[in-house]
Design a protein around this ligand. Structure first.
Ligand code: GLA
Length: 658
């Protein structure tokens, strides 16, 4: 179990470093991420390296028994780079060049940036690849976190090359993008540009490919560095830190190239329900690389600096959120950062060692958590044994949030998280997977808003139901193919037989307060009553049973929820986006119908329950104490228990008796 944080010793005089190491030992720190923003210190000029200070820091940490997750330091280029190579800077869709003075001011597709970053990585690797303190390589930092897309001339060239690799001929590109529309037909790749500012809507195929390209450019940067590390003989695991459900980077494609998934997570302490979205993020990163424990690479010990208002965490809240990560498969808890900065944009951001010193609640909590983590026995790897899959797909996300749809206010992630929260309140273990990963390990799979459905995804969902799985699909699902084009034969062409319905119209509703027209559609049936928004589709049940009908508005009396027995399984189709209460009602019904049991029964909704092999973690995120029956060995108290009483933010980690 690793414990620690980002360590930025270059911000401090050398006399502070030994104190840092002593304090780290006091806090139970086992590993720090070193050098993430040290480029200008390591390389004061092109071709000139200063490693002496870094040698001393690494040796000092090593003598103190602290392992090093060594960063490649390429996340924030030094001032000499843009001085000599201004073309490395990224450009927004509006044509604004993003200048230096902050961080991440580089175009991922810039050959100059890649060459210079590569030089730095090669020099670092050569020097430290065999250093016994270095146990992991931390490539770059949060790829794309600030620069979500780039329209520089480097990007123009790289986008054309990427398209040429993908399509081979310009005719194939024209076909994929449907450029017969609006006179967009290209006669050469040289005519194609990134979808930057334009008079009106862009070609949706082009938008989708630009998203793919952007994710690929960032991944290429990672792979370039990884290759250099491996060539230098790196034996340590190599990683880069993820940001959960981060739209610009399709982590599901990246993950094969990471030895260990590491993730940064910053739930808002002002939001009493943010722990559920944090749980979603943990389950997502756990599901990205099953069987391999992941690391919580960054979180805050207390307040942040970057929200409009940065509330402190409540007493115990940081520890509760840390245990949530461990319960959901993390083998390490780390922070941004070790010592609070005294200068710079993040000086108000909390740290393990606060500016106010060690006589602080933050420090006491940090020390206590370090001690508690150290008492844990080895935990089983990150499998939750989930029987429920929630489909969350980057390509569907990109495509559904393209403009010019029946309803243009759909926030894909927010709706997926709405379903997750209902499953979380029901204390059911959930894997968060791509459509291709839905298979017979699961009993029940949810695929809401799977607007873009690939052939292979459709095949996986179809055989899942054929083989006995229960699939909940819709609305606005199976609408387009991987090019964002309609398939022949209407909508729902791939899942029609499985679901036993056809979709005639999407029946857009207005957003609440969004002007005249219906903003919600109520429905009622054997599953209970629920209210939907965004869409009230016109669905015709072929072989499927109508389980709920719309009871209001223009769809009054029509199917709102259908159930189709197909093969050995069941295909549900939902014709609207249920609100939070509706999702709760429906989730209960679907779980019952599929016979899925909670991890633990009789637990209040605000208690977070997770499993990791035979270990169950219970965390009380409510404001009153609760007692929960659970039998086994309490690993923190090292005592057998038949029930645990949890104060607010109280935690129990229990190895269950078989
Ligand atoms: C990100 C970055 C860190 C730091 C934190 C602040 O996660 O990786 O360098 O800026 O945010 O919350």
């Amino acid at each position: 179990m690793h414990y620690g944080g980002d360590y930025n010793p270059e911000q401090w005089p050398e006399s502070v470093w030994p104190q840092d190491v002593a304090r780290m030992r006091e806090a139970g720190v086992t590993m720090v991420s070193l050098g993430i923003f040290s480029w200008s210190r390591i390389q004061p000029a092109e071709g000139e390296f200063d490693f002496a200070w870094l040698d001393r820091v690494i040796d000092l940490l090593h003598e103190g028994g602290i392992a090093v997750d060594l960063a490649t330091a390429t996340a924030s280029p030094p001032p000499w780079m843009h001085e000599h190579y201004p073309d490395v800077l990224p450009v927004t869709a509006q044509g604004v060049m993003l200048g230096p003075g902050s961080r991440q001011h580089y175009a991922p597709s810039s050959p100059t940036y890649r060459r210079l970053a590569g030089d730095l990585v090669a020099a670092l690797a050569q020097r430290y690849v065999d250093h016994p303190a270095v146990v992991m390589w931390h490539v770059n930092n949060e790829y794309g976190c600030h620069v979500h897309e780039d329209h520089s001339e480097n990007a123009q060239r790289a986008f054309r090359e990427w398209l040429e690799r993908r399509y081979g001929t310009v005719d194939a590109l024209n076909e994929a993008w449907g450029t017969a529309f609006w006179s967009q037909r290209y006669t050469g790749f040289g005519q194609v540009r990134t979808p930057a500012a334009a008079p009106y809507s862009h070609n949706p195929g082009q938008l989708l490919d630009f998203k793919r390209f952007t994710s690929d450019m960032l991944l290429e940067c990672y792979l370039m560095e990884k290759e250099i590390l491996l060539e230098a003989g790196a034996k340590q695991p190599i990683t880069t830190n993820f940001m959960g459900a981060f739209k610009p980077a399709n982590y599901r494609q990246w993950v094969a190239h990471l030895d260990v998934v590491t993730d940064d997570c910053y739930p808002d302490p002002n939001d009493a329900e943010s722990f559920r979205d944090a749980a979603f993020q943990r389950d997502l990163v756990r599901s990205l690389k099953p069987h391999v424990p992941w690391l919580l690479m960054e979180q805050a010990s207390n307040a942040l600096n970057w929200r409009p208002s940065n509330a402190p965490k409540a007493p115990g809240q940081m520890e509760a959120l840390s245990w949530q990560a461990v319960g959901r498969g993390a083998d390490g808890v780390l922070f941004f950062q070790w010592r609070q900065s005294r200068a710079g944009a993040e000086k108000f951001h909390s740290a393990m060692l606060p500016h106010a010193g060690t006589d602080t609640r933050t420090w006491r909590e940090v020390v206590r958590l370090g001690r508690d983590l150290a008492t844990l026995p080895e935990l089983p790897a990150g499998q939750a044994g989930a029987r429920v899959a929630l489909v969350f797909d980057w390509e569907a996300w990109w495509a559904i949030e393209s403009p010019d749809h029946p309803h243009n206010g759909i926030d894909y992630l927010a709706i997926i998280q709405r379903w997750y929260r209902a499953l979380h309140r029901a204390h059911v273990a959930v894997d968060i997977v791509g459509p291709d990963q839905v298979h017979d390990r699961y009993q029940l799979a949810f695929a809401p808003l799977l607007y873009l459905l690939t052939d292979s995804g459709a095949q996986a969902l179809t055989s899942f139901v054929d083989g006995g799985g229960h699939l909940v699909a819709g609305p606005f699902t199976d609408v387009v193919d991987a090019r964002d084009q309609f398939r022949d034969g209407g909508y729902l062409t791939q899942l029609r037989d499985t679901l036993g319905v056809t979709v005639e119209d999407f029946g857009a509703l207005v957003s609440p307060g969004g002007g005249p027209g219906e903003s919600e559609a109520r429905a009622s049936g054997a599953c209970g009553d629920f209210t939907g928004g965004f869409l009230a589709e016109e669905v015709h049940a072929g072989g499927a049973d109508v389980v709920a009908e719309f009871t209001t508005g223009r769809r009054h009396g029509d199917a709102a929820l259908t159930r189709n027995v197909h093969g050995a399984g069941v295909g549900w189709y939902l014709a609207t986006v249920p609100d939070e209460a509706g999702v709760d009602t429906l989730v209960r019904h679907f779980l019952d119908d599929a016979g899925v049991a909670p991890v633990l029964g009789g637990v209040p909704a605000h208690v977070d329950v997770s499993t990791r092999g035979d270990v169950v973690t219970l965390i009380n995120f409510g404001s009153a104490a609760v007692t929960v029956d659970v039998q086994g060995q309490d690993l923190l108290a090292d005592a057998p228990v038949t029930s645990v009483t949890l104060a607010p933010f109280g935690v129990a980690v229990v190895r269950r008796q078989r």
